[in-house]
Design a protein around this ligand. Structure first.
Ligand code: NAD
Length: 479
């Protein structure tokens, strides 16, 4: 077993269980330094014919034996768990997140694999009596094209890989060009654990992603990324009438009522907004705080922000690493500068530090109107705007006044009341006294409105990788 090391390892694409040679490579930047530290293979759109052919050919056997699939997924979980420290270090180097968080990401992917490896799929017999037999069968679709973003490359890949493979499909996955290495490593460490061609990994600059959508072989496209690219994926998939699941952007509100204990909720709200530097689709991205507690909440959030250790994710004790890439850093700067130019007060942070690396301190903004760009748009970075309200109906209306509807949360000492308000928010998941509480392998995750189409996770996510088939016939029993 070769130890993965970004200084010495040559990362390769995986096709048909083997490494796929490419004529060119592309640069991978460590966001903590802003410097190139590794190369990734630039698979060309033309090479996808070979990769999809390998996946198509593996499908014929893979689809036949559910028990073998479960055993292979469990074995894959064991291997990933054993390599978590190495994979985590690669993830930190390319993504920026703190090493402990990178390792948690690998372990979370393991948990997802184990969940699907053991997920019971009960038979769906609708009728079985003296007159008729009716059953719904879930059949694999064939080859899946899976495309992932740079914020959680491994977890979000696994949300696709595990259910797609359990259902009997084979898969070709492409990570973001900003974070190619850990997914390439995933493909490499699982060679020989999963049968050849079942899991294929390609990396390369776009238009590789667009070609994965339009290519004739895949029957299903599972995409996680921005709403803008999600629209292109939907259009690209329409031509071949491919099934799509789209997990897209969010601008997730937290509505904080006047009866909360500020000292108790502030740390929870802070980390719901700033974990992974706010680069989480379901991060709290705007707070609506009741005017009676707004100032205290802003102070408490600002105190935490000022105490957080920001630095190279590989360094001991660092809690937040750099922003993942320069365009994203520039976007955060632009949104903060725009808010300040329009009268926002910076309660913490507010300016990028000097020196190398894409660092931006956790920033809390107060005194904004709901029409500020940083409130209306998805910032996807370490900045949190707090907007005041006095009437909770207005707060719910403001929470819903967005093209997005991914997740949300309502915070109050009165759990019944908060739960009733939660049901009024138009989002795929709404937490009560917690944000993202429902992000678990057994619960459906997916957005309303422009936040996506379809869901991942649980039996619902599994079913999204299957075609339904009705078998209807004469009685099979003498009941
Ligand atoms: P992105 O849309 O820019 O890229 C996502 C992936 O799509 C990358 O792998 C990229 O190479 C690929 N891609 C680019 N153009 C393509 C095309 N025309 N066809 C097919 N694929 C193409 O997103 P990003 O910047 O990597 O990630 C951030 C965004 O992802 C944010 O908006 C965030 O909210 C969203 N996100 C959503 C979820 C969710 O579950 N809903 C989870 C994480 C991130």
């Amino acid at each position: 077993m070769t130890i993965l090391d970004t200084q010495t390892t040559t990362f390769t694409a995986t096709s048909g269980g083997k490494s796929l040679a490419t004529a060119a490579t592309f640069d991978v930047i460590n966001p903590a330094t802003g410097r190139v530290f590794a190369q990734a293979p630039a698979v060309t759109p033309d090479q996808l014919d070979e990769v999809f052919a390998a996946a198509q050919s593996a499908f014929e056997d893979w689809r036949t034996d559910e028990k073998a699939r479960r055993a292979a997924l469990s074995a894959a979980a064991d291997v990933l768990e054993a390599r978590a420290a190495e994979l985590g270090a690669v993830l930190t180097a390319e993504q920026g997140k703190a090493l402990a968080d990178a390792q948690i990401e690998i372990h979370t992917a393991v948990a997802w694999l184990r969940y699907f490896a053991t997920l019971e799929i009960p038979r769906e017999i609708i009728r079985d009596d003296a007159d008729a037999f009716e059953e719904i069968i879930r059949r694999p679709m064939g080859v899946v094209s899976a495309i992932a973003p740079w914020n959680f490359p491994i977890v979000l890949a696994m949300w696709k890989i595990a259910p797609a493979l359990l259902a009997g499909n084979t898969i070709v996955i492409k990570p973001s060009p900003y974070t190619p290495l850990t997914t390439l490593a995933l493909g490499e460490v699982l060679r020989g654990v999963l049968p050849d061609g079942v899991l294929n990994v390609v990396t390369g600059p776009d238009p590789l992603g667009a070609t994965m959508v339009s290519h004739p072989v895949p029957r299903k496209v599972s995409f996680t990324g921005s709403t803008a690219v999600g629209r292109k994926v939907a259009l690209g998939a329409a031509e071949g009438l491919k099934r799509v699941t789209l997990e897209l952007g969010g601008n997730d509100p937290a509505v904080v009522l006047g009866d909360v204990d500020v000292a108790e909720v502030a740390p929870q709200i802070f980390w719901s907004a700033f974990a992974n530097n706010g680069q989480i689709c379901l991060a709290v991205k705007r707070i609506y705080a009741h005017e009676s507690i707004r100032a205290d909440l802003v102070d408490a959030l600002a105190d935490i922000a000022s105490s957080v250790k920001v630095g190279d994710g590989a360094a001991e004790g660092v809690q937040l690493g750099p922003v993942n890439n320069l365009p994203q850093l520039n976007r955060v700067r632009e949104l903060v500068d725009d808010a300040v130019a329009n009268g926002a007060r910076v309660a913490a942070g507010g300016a990028a530090g000097e020196g190398e690396g894409y660092f931006y301190p956790p920033t809390v903004l107060d005194g904004l109107s709901d029409s500020a760009r940083v409130v209306e748009e998805e910032q996807f970075g370490p900045v949190l705007p707090v907007v005041s309200f006095t009437d909770e109906n207005d707060a719910i209306a403001l929470a819903n006044r967005s093209e997005y509807g991914l997740t949300a949360s309502v915070w109050s000492k009165d759990v019944e009341h908060a739960t009733a308000l939660a049901a009024q928010v138009d989002a795929g998941q709404v937490g009560v006294n917690g944000h993202g509480r429902g992000v678990l392998p057994h619960l459906p995750f997916g957005g309303h409105k422009s936040s996506g189409i379809g869901v991942e996770n649980g039996p619902w996510g599994y079913n999204s990788f299957c075609d339904m088939q009705v078998i209807a016939g004469p009685p099979r029993t003498t009941a």
